[in-house]
Design a protein around this ligand. Structure first.
Ligand code: HEM
Length: 430
């Protein structure tokens, strides 16, 4: 048991396995003030949901998910950022009515049709990645490092394809994505943050040029759609009918780029770990690939790659008997809510048979519900279908130490070594 009075979410051991701490907090202090961080952690499912739904009391204008900085460091960072476009608060960090405008506009560019049409490309990339590690297998057995050889490249290539980024810029694209989230939920030096902001400037200049190009040479792509997205003149919910300006578009594309990479990498990797550690699941999937979506859903619940997100209190109020002052920063811990025993029997087990599989909060809920949920579900489904078709069995060798990135907001394994046996009858790619 942890002494909650001295609990530190950044403690390295806690970051490796926060779940027993979350369970204790849900029971003893579901709204917990962590003085050292100046934050309130909220861990119970009903309370997390209450906060997500009450957008008047809980604002999403947390202005970048990083910790506040000392003034000197802030000034250094501002100087670097002056070489780029303004970092605007759109979607994730915006409130209504601005948020409504952004969501309406992006929904004209990132449509269900655009996402569904990505499926053949997702399957093609998945197949190519599997071909590569299967080709190295000798006598039908092989080893691979899943994060680098599959978990990272799949979502990066998919979102790069959706944003029409050429293959020779893929490495830059991944670097820009990493730079964009460098300071989130973890402690890095000011020098590292400045370096990351330089990467964000580079990203902005690249995409600004691509967007400008499309003003004169429109293409059939997401960037052109975004450029041409207009609010319906008669939409009563939106007063500000302006099309998106460059800084707004860059902020929105950056969110597609960032959210689409790290989170899905972490979901794919953790899915493999969960399946490997749950006897019989791989065999069941191979016998019936239509189980894939259920397995993805249960992996989302248990993994919850976005462990938590910030909200800012807009007024003095009480929450579950705890006084929350105006301006206080709260962390809604989706990962803790997703193991709440009031909702889930045996919450720590991987059980794709649950009948409330989709109640989890891994994608949030309400107005900020994850814009890329359909895409990452699709990537997870295709990945499991194709991997189970080609790989007869797999195991996690002793070389794994199962260490997680030291972030309390984004949870994922740093690497996952996998030993596998190829299904001979399915060697050829589709
Ligand atoms: C497993 C993968 C993913 C997870 C776990 C995840 C998780 C989340 C969560 C929890 C939120 C809500 C945050 C809040 O309430 O403050 C969110 C929002 C968002 N996600 Fe995802 N996400 C994933 C994949 C993606 C992908 C693939 C994209 C885009 C291509 C994406 C784009 C976004 C955007 C733009 C928002 C902000 C929406 C808004 O505020 O209106 N996400 N995501």
């Amino acid at each position: 048991m942890t002494d909650l009075a001295t609990f530190n979410p950044f403690d390295p051991a806690t970051l490796q396995c926060p779940f027993p701490h979350y369970a204790q907090m849900r029971d003893e202090a579901p709204v917990m003030h962590i003085e050292s961080m100046g934050m309130y952690l909220v861990t119970r499912y009903d309370l997390v949901l209450q906060i997500i739904r009450d957008v008047e009391t809980y604002s999403s204008r947390f202005g970048g998910a990083s910790m506040p900085l000392p003034p000197d460091d802030r000034a250094k960072l501002d100087e670097v950022m002056a070489d780029g476009y303004p970092r605007l608060a759109t979607m994730l960090t915006a409130d209504m009515p601005d948020h409504t405008r952004y969501r309406r506009l992006i929904s004209k560019a990132f449509t269900p049709k655009v996402i569904a049409e990505l499926e053949p490309k997702i399957r093609e990339i998945t197949t190519r990645l599997i071909d590569a590690f299967v080709a190295d297998a000798e006598g039908g057995t092989g080893s691979m490092e899943f994060v680098e050889q599959f978990g990272v490249p799949l979502p990066v290539e998919v979102i790069a394809h959706a944003l029409n980024v050429p293959d020779d810029r893929l490495a830059d694209f991944k670097r820009w994505s990493d730079d964009s989230i460098a300071g989130i939920g973890t402690q890095i030096s000011i020098e590292e943050r400045m370096e990351a902001e330089r990467g964000v400037n580079e990203y902005q200049h690249y995409f600004a040029a691509e967007l400008e190009k499309r003003r004169t040479e429109p293409q059939d792509d997401l960037l052109t759609n975004l450029l041409n997205a207009r609010v319906d003149d008669h939409d009563p919910d939106i007063e500000d009918k302006r099309p998106l300006d460059m800084a707004e578009m860059l902020s929105m594309v950056q969110q597609l780029l960032v959210a689409g990479n790290e989170t899905t990498t972490k979901l794919l990797t953790e899915s493999m770990r969960l399946i490997a550690e749950t006897p019989g699941e791989w065999e069941k999937l191979r016998a019936d690939p239509t189980r894939a979506p259920k397995m993805v859903e249960e992996a989302l619940r248990l993994t919850t790659p976005t462990q938590g997100m910030f909200r800012i209190s807009t007024k003095d109020h009480e929450l579950e008997g705890v006084h929350i002052p105006k301006g206080a920063r709260l962390v809604i811990v989706f990962a803790a809510a997703n193991r709440d025993t009031s909702l889930y029997e045996d919450p720590d087990s991987f059980c794709p048979e649950r009948d409330n599989l989709r109640d989890h909060l891994a994608f949030g809920k309400g107005i900020h519900f994850c814009l890329g949920a359909a895409l990452s579900r699709l990537e997870g489904k295709v990945a499991l279908e194709e991997l189970s078709r080609r790989i007869e069995s797999f195991s996690l060798p002793a070389s794994n130490d199962f260490s997680y990135f030291p972030s309390f907001l984004l949870r994922g394994l740093t690497r996952l070594d996998v030993d596998f046996v190829v299904d001979d009858s399915a060697k050829a790619s589709v």
